[in-house]
Design a binder for this molecule. Structure first.
Ligand SMILES: Cc1cc2nc3c(=O)[nH]c(=O)nc-3n(C[C@H](O)[C@H](O)[C@H](O)COP(=O)(O)OP(=O)(O)OC[C@H]3O[C@@H](n4cnc5c(N)ncnc54)[C@H](O)[C@@H]3O)c2cc1C
Length: 308
């Protein structure tokens, strides 16, 4: 028989952990299911400096360890395993299927975040883990005194390029436009550093090497000219998308796959709430994920009270 909980939270990032804290404090018997390591995307960043309450900033992993500890203090059961594969809905309850069995629940908060997008150029998959990476915090130490390229121009790209600049001898930022999208404070830091160069109006075309990455071919988006530059590593930050196939038609999505919610984070399925980066929203940050987690939990609490 399926193990039963009043609420199941899917995803252990800031949105899921906050939902867990609020649900447990409301006296709702809740389990949080995480397909990898609890902590979510902030584990991929060295330093979070825009989350209020930490005037000197805080390491992503430390912030998330604190959130997990807080959730556990209120009795949240956290299970790390292969991930939720399917959700079924009967009249009375949800059935949450995973690699090892099924959980039954009266309500669900989906907080699965997003995954790094792939550019799909030749060499990207072939050299993954051999010079191609999507996480400077995880892999940066392998590039001490090396030459690396960071592809992208948003906050995550520039923040991670700055992290790499503390280790690598040279960091090239490859950006398809003539200006960066990242916050001004981050851009200023790039222009102050001696070992960072922005390659404007350039897109990666191919990654080459033998056993490891040795070079990258770039195309100039204005002239069409191709150049090859020697690099030891390439870090991609070219966007992200949610993986929500397991929800089937329980939710509506936009054209990019982000889940559509109402303002109170309800979806087309009563009792199923969506919080954090996986939903269509204007700003994807820890602050907004935490706010979503609280809102979804309170919404679910009210739903459970009405349907008990
Ligand atoms: C490199 C980088 C740097 C960043 N820097 C900052 C910053 O400085 N400040 C800031 O505010 N924000 C930053 N962000 C953004 C911030 O991390 C996200 O907005 C925030 O983590 C979103 O929280 P979330 O809980 O919605 O999703 P996530 O943090 O992505 O967590 C989702 C969790 O769900 C799990 N999951 C996915 N699918 C399943 C499944 N099927 N079953 C079970 N579990 C599943 C995932 O493994 C993951 O742990 C950064 C992001 C990146 C990538």
């Amino acid at each position: 028989m399926a193990e039963h909980y009043e609420a199941v939270v899917i995803g252990g990032g800031p949105a899921g952990l906050t939902a867990g804290i609020y649900l447990m404090r409301a006296g709702i018997n809740t389990i949080l299911l995480e397909k990898g390591i609890v902590g979510g995307s902030p584990l991929m960043t060295e330093h979070v400096e825009n989350y209020p309450g930490f005037p000197d900033g805080i390491a992503g992993k430390d912030l998330m360890a604190r959130m997990a500890e807080q959730a556990k203090r209120f009795g949240l059961v956290i299970r790390e395993f292969t991930g939720v594969e399917k959700i079924g809905r009967s009249e009375e309850q949800f059935e949450i299927e995973h690699g090892e069995g099924v959980f039954a629940a009266n309500g669900v908060v989906v907080a699965v975040g997003t995954e790094s997008a792939k550019l799909g150029i030749p060499g990207e998959t072939e050299f993954a883990g051999r010079g191609v990476s999507y996480c400077a915090t995880c892999d940066g130490m392998f590039f001490r005194n090396a030459k690396v390229a960071v592809v992208g121009g948003g906050d995550a790209a520039i923040q991670e390029a700055l992290t790499l600049a503390n280790l690598a001898s040279q960091v090239y930022i490859v950006h398809r436009r003539g200006e960066l999208r990242a916050q001004k404070i981050l851009q200023d830091r790039v222009f102050e550093r001696g070992n960072m160069t922005v390659l404007w109006s350039r897109v990666p075309w191919e990654i080459k090497g033998k056993d490891q990455v040795e070079s990258m071919v770039l195309k100039d988006t204005v002239t069409g000219e191709m150049t090859e530059m020697a690099v030891d590593g390439v870090f991609f930050y070219v966007g992200s998308h949610p993986s929500t196939a397991f929800l089937g038609n329980l939710v509506d999505r936009d054209e990019a796959g982000f889940i559509l919610t109402e303002e109170d984070l309800t979806t087309r399925t009563p009792g199923l709430f969506v919080a954090g980066d996986a939903r269509k929203k204007l700003l994807r940050q820890v602050t907004t994920a935490v706010g979503d987690g609280a809102l979804a939990a309170v919404g679910l609490e009210r739903y459970l009270l009405q349907t008990r």
